[in-house]
Each structure stands twice: as structure tokens, then as C-alpha cells.
Design a protein around this ligand. Sequence first.
Ligand code: ACO
Length: 333
Amino acid sequence: MPAAILGGLGTYLPPRRVSNEELADRFDTSDEWIRTRTGIRQRRWADTGQSTGDLATEAGHRALKSAGLGLGADVGLVVLATTTPDHPCPATAPDVAARLALGQAAAYDISAVCSGFVYALEVAANAIEAGRVDTALVIGAETYSTILNPHDRTTSVIFGDGAGAAVLRRGDAGQLGSFAGFDLGTDGANKDLIWIPGGGSRQRSTHQEPEAEERYFAMQGKKVFASAVRRMAGSSAALLEHIGWSVESVNHLVGHQANVRILRAVAEQLGIDSQRAVINIDRVGNTSAASIPLALADATGQIAPGDRVLLTAFGGGLTWGSAALTWPDISPV
Ligand code: ACO
């Protein structure tokens, strides 16, 4: 049986570190509140002039190197998950593909907010399993610093910028690195729990210019917290049952780094020892679609080839998704 195999992993973080103390100078908040309520100690923010496409290109290039490939590699598909594209139109992925000299590879963006990377993995894995492409580049990249409301202390302390990318190759089911399955879902009735209300066609159809505040990212944290735990745990459990993996057999739970309390609650609901939950939110914050590849790359020292890895994410839409794979023998770049 053909399967998609994880063949390489690359990440890029913008150099500017933003500490909790720096944010406490700007907002009515404190290092203590941010650490205890979210688990975050610092995040990276892109410098002026550095776009999502710039971060994505760097992470994509590093993933190609990690897979033993380089610029101009024979890649048939580029899927970029992002909430913060370089432009409302066109998608950012074709520009990234061009900058990586990937010829005329199919390239498009996926908009599933913090679940975007898992959605993009599923799309790329399907294309490989169906025999449409042999190699795909999946990227999650975000510059949330460009959409944060400078008057909203809650969202401003949570989000960070960054990018992570994976190379997927055609291989066989059961091979190290193979994806065993996916579970995806949405709840559009609750779209306004996480959104940017203004600036899209819904608002333009009223012929009213959006207020400045409506162009910023907004989130109802408490409701999102409860949904995030329920959906990530539910999706993970459904996937494990579908592919016949027991909870005990999962070596590492790599959840979307939304909040350390959410990650612990998901592990607890699933019955997975919290020691097996990968956590790097303390260093990078919530990087939305980049969160899972950044956590995977950070955890590589702890994950051994052949280990069973469960990915799970939740985000705006509302969207959620989980993926399961056995870990390959790769070194992230
Ligand atoms: N500093 C100090 N106080 C703050 C801050 C801050 N930065 N932010 C909020 N507070 C205050 C609130 O005003 C409130 O004060 P009040 O009680 O006087 O009204 C108090 O802290 C508690 O606020 P809550 O919103 O109840 O705080 P909570 O413990 O729920 O933490 C948080 C807020 C961190 C946002 C949490 O709800 C959370 O992590 N939610 C989920 C986020 C998530 O899962 N995101 C993933 C999806 S995101 C995406 O898809 C892009």
C-alpha cells in the first residue's frame, strides 16, 4: 500500500525575541500572569519588512535540505497553511514555490488557522497516496504580529511568529515515517469565537468601510479554551480508534501549542501521561499554523525512529484535526 512518508523537517524563527517583560511595559499585564495562565515566557516577532512568505521560504528551504534536497528539487506540490498571507490575493504558496525554484509545481494556501498544518499534511498525503505527486512540501507559516490588536492584552501576549515545513515522499505503509491516518472536523456555527471580523467580502458587501479595530484578530479565550480541549481530545481519540492504535502505544503527543494548560488537559482527557506531551510554547508562544512543525523539530531529540507520534490541533473556523505517524530517521534543519 502506498503511503506518505515524512522525509524532512525545517523551521525558521525570526530573530527578534519578545519577552513577557517587554509586553508588560506596553500592556497592563505581567510576566507572572502570562507564565501562569499560558505557559509562555517569550515569543518571536518578525521585523518590519519580513513577511509570512519570507519565513515560509526559509523554513521550506531548510526542510528540503533536511530531506537531502535543495533549491530546484523535483517537488510536485507546495501547500502553505497560513492565516496571515502576504496579500489577500493571490495565495502566498506560488511565490514561495518560485523562490525555492520548484518550477511549475502546484502551489496553494490552506486557511484553517491553527489547524492549518494538519489540514495541509492531509491534503499532501492524499495527493501522494493517489499517485498524483511523488514529493510534496507542506509549510505552516505565520506573522500574527501583523494582525494583533495593539489594544488587546489577551491576544497580544499569546501569539508569536514563525514557520515550519515538512517534506512528504511516496513510500509504503508501515515504513518508518509513514502517516497512519488523519481525522479532520469543523464547527462553522462558532466561527466568531476566533476571527478577524472586518476587511473581507462579508463586510464589503455592506459598502461600509471596516472600523480599524475590526481588521484585527479577535478571540473569546474562555470559550475557545473549553472547545480546544474537547475537540483535540475527541479528534485524537477518534483517530486512534480508526487506525487501531491504543492510547498506551502513543509515545509522543504533539498538540497545537495554544496554552500549556490546554495541552495538559488534552493529555489528561486522553489518558496520556503529560510527560509524553511535547511542549515548546514557553519559547515560541502560539504560532498558529507553524506550531506543530516547530514543536516537532524542538522535540526531535526526545523522539526516536519508530516511535508513534500523535499530532492534534484546534483553531479558528472552528477547525480541528489530528494525524498519526511513526517517526522516521531524520534530522531537522
Ligand atoms: N494580563 C493580565 N490579565 C489579563 C490578560 C493579560 N495579558 N489577559 C486577560 N486578562 C484578565 C482578564 O481581563 C480577566 O480579568 P477579569 O477577571 O477582571 O475580567 C482575567 O484575566 C481572566 O481572563 P480569562 O479570559 O478568563 O483568562 P483565562 O484564564 O481564560 O486565560 C487565555 C485567557 C490565555 C486567552 C485562555 O482563555 C486561552 O488560552 N484560551 C484558548 C486559546 C486557544 O486555544 N487558542 C487556540 C486557537 S487560536 C487560533 O486558532 C488562532
